[in-house]
Design a protein around this ligand. Structure first.
Ligand SMILES: Cc1cc2nc3c(=O)[nH]c(=O)nc-3n(C[C@H](O)[C@H](O)[C@H](O)COP(=O)(O)OP(=O)(O)OC[C@H]3O[C@@H](n4cnc5c(N)ncnc54)[C@H](O)[C@@H]3O)c2cc1C
Length: 465
């Protein structure tokens, strides 16, 4: 099988590569190889069963057309300061221009016209004043909120656009290795059921997302693809009543706060805030259960959830951050008998575990019903735990009630940012013919940033005809 461009992974990065090539009038033969299903065939059984079924061979939340984006609530961050370090590679102006351009494509395919967080009202000024007093930075980030259901419709339209314009998409097909001859990447080996394929291309684009990060790390070692150890974020998903977050939810939708709490002064930040949202469980292929959160456009809960994350880097003598975070996750899963652990903030301060019946004594009812009450402090590293506790105390000065005894902390919330692939501004790796994109490249960590990386890749490839 021969193509001009072979894209591995149909997440936003891969999709927008093909999309922008078409928009630029490219006539090249493009194939996308995707391990999961077409978007219309993706469904998470949890909607019916109420609990995670740990689907095999892959999780439908993160795998399939549109990648991890399809079932996310689709919050498009419209500021280049949010979503990864790509701007440091391509320049802040180009990053912002491409965000503005890509946002118009999302609008064209049905995204909601409303943008949250554009105003600078007295209420926002007051939030910022309190953040300054608490030693926290409030990052301005306008957000276009697609909503989980709407995101699926939107990506379905893009899928149809690609198919109708001649892009071939192989679903349920997993790429298992690169074909490298004389130091040049010539194609990929892929498997679909019993069918093994050698797929050749002039340009190979690997965009396998966070779920493909381990696999890509392995390829980096096997094929000598230049990279630097990435970062992992270890943290918790915090859930509070909507009443506590009311002002922030109304005025900012998402409060992006960054702090460097004592004694470690590590960067700690809030991430992925879901007003009226639901805490969810994701399972990685190696059975690791991690916590996440999302919100629907119409269906609302009484609670708001958000992640609090601490970044960890390692160099000497240990440089495997992903393995480190996995061990933390495994330990937490072990204590929760394979489930997500949840503990009340007050119990953490009082040095006791939370019991299941105590969860029912609060105003706040967990939105992840199969989470197991327990002791997250028995699994989280000391440094992470202290960072989280001190950060929560600071956020309490901005959002009074945030550090209430009944506030729920779910664990493990882990973000694996794969090893950072060394690349030039055209996303060329140290192996000629091979490009890496999106979350698996280590340069992005969000829908918009991975989408713009795809757009820029597509433009570059379209120059070849
Ligand atoms: C529950 C959840 C909620 C989120 N909410 C938000 C949000 O609100 N806002 C935001 O900005 N970001 C959010 N994110 C993150 C966002 O979805 C990702 O940053 C984004 O999807 C990354 O895009 P990508 O194209 O790099 O990778 P992905 O979207 O992960 O896509 C990679 C694709 O590659 C496929 N693949 C992997 N390995 C192989 C292989 N070997 N062969 C073939 N195919 C393969 C996968 O099946 C997947 O479809 C959320 C993520 C999750 C999981």
């Amino acid at each position: 099988m021969n193509y001009d461009v072979v894209i591995v992974g149909a997440g936003p990065a891969g999709i927008f590569t093909a999309f922008e090539m078409l928009r630029c009038g490219s006539k090249q033969k493009i194939i996308i190889i995707e391990k999961g299903h077409a978007i219309e065939n993706r469904s998470c059984p949890k909607n019916k069963t109420g609990k995670c079924m740990n689907c095999k061979p892959f999780c439908h939340i993160t795998t399939g057309f549109s990648g991890a984006g399809a079932f996310s609530d689709g919050k498009l961050s419209l500021n280049y300061e949010v979503g990864g370090d790509l701007p440091s590679l391509i320049g802040e102006n180009l990053a912002q221009e491409t965000i503005n351009y890509t946002d118009k494509i999302y609008l064209e395919f049905g995204a909601d016209g409303h943008v949250e967080g554009l105003e600078n009202t007295d209420e926002i000024k007051d939030i910022r004043k309190r953040a300054i007093r608490a030693g926290l930075k409030l990052v301005d980030c306008p957000i276009r909120h697609l909503g989980t259901e709407k995101a699926q419709d939107l990506y379905y339209s893009i899928e149809q656009y690609l198919l109708n314009n001649g892009v071939e998409i192989l679903f349920d097909c997993e790429c298992n290795d690169l074909i490298i001859e004389n130091g040049i990447c010539k194609g990929v080996y892929a498997v679909s059921g019993d069918r093994h394929m050698d797929i050749f291309g002039e340009h190979i684009v690997v965009a396998t997302g966070r779920r493909g990060a381990d696999w890509l790390d392995k390829l980096c070692i096997e094929h000598g693809i230049a990279h630097t150890p990435g970062t992992v974020d270890i943290g918790v998903r915090v859930e509070v009543r909507n009443e506590i977050m009311e002002t922030v939810n109304r005025t900012l939708y998402e409060s992006k706060l960054i702090g460097y709490p004592l004694p470690f002064k590590n960067k700690v930040r809030t991430f992925c805030q879901n007003p009226g949202g639901f805490v969810s469980q994701e399972n990685y292929d190696n059975d690791l259960a991690v916590v996440n959160g999302h919100s629907y456009k119409d269906l609302k809960s009484d609670n708001t959830n958000l992640a609090i994350l601490c970044s960890h880097n390692f160099n000497q003598p240990f440089n495997q951050p992903i393995e480190y975070a996995q061990k933390v996750g495994e330990l937490t899963n072990m204590l929760g008998a394979g489930h997500i652990l949840v503990q009340r903030y007050g119990d953490i301060l009082n040095g006791k575990r939370t019991w299941q019946n105590e969860l029912m004594q609060s105003n706040l009812k967990p939105t992840l019903p199969d989470a197991v009450a327990g002791d997250i402090t028995a699994a989280l590293p000391y440094r992470s735990m202290v960072n989280i506790i001190n950060f929560i105390q600071a956020v309490d000065q901005v959002v009074p009630g945030f550090a209430a005894d009944e506030t729920l902390l779910y664990s493990p919330e882990l973000k694996f940012y794969s090893n950072r692939i060394r690349m030039d501004k055209k996303f060329k790796t140290s192996i000629p013919g091979l490009n890496c994109l999106g979350d698996s490249s280590g340069w992005t960590r969000g829908l918009m940033m991975s989408s713009i990386m795809g757009v820029l890749m597509g433009r570059g490839l379209a120059e070849n005809g």
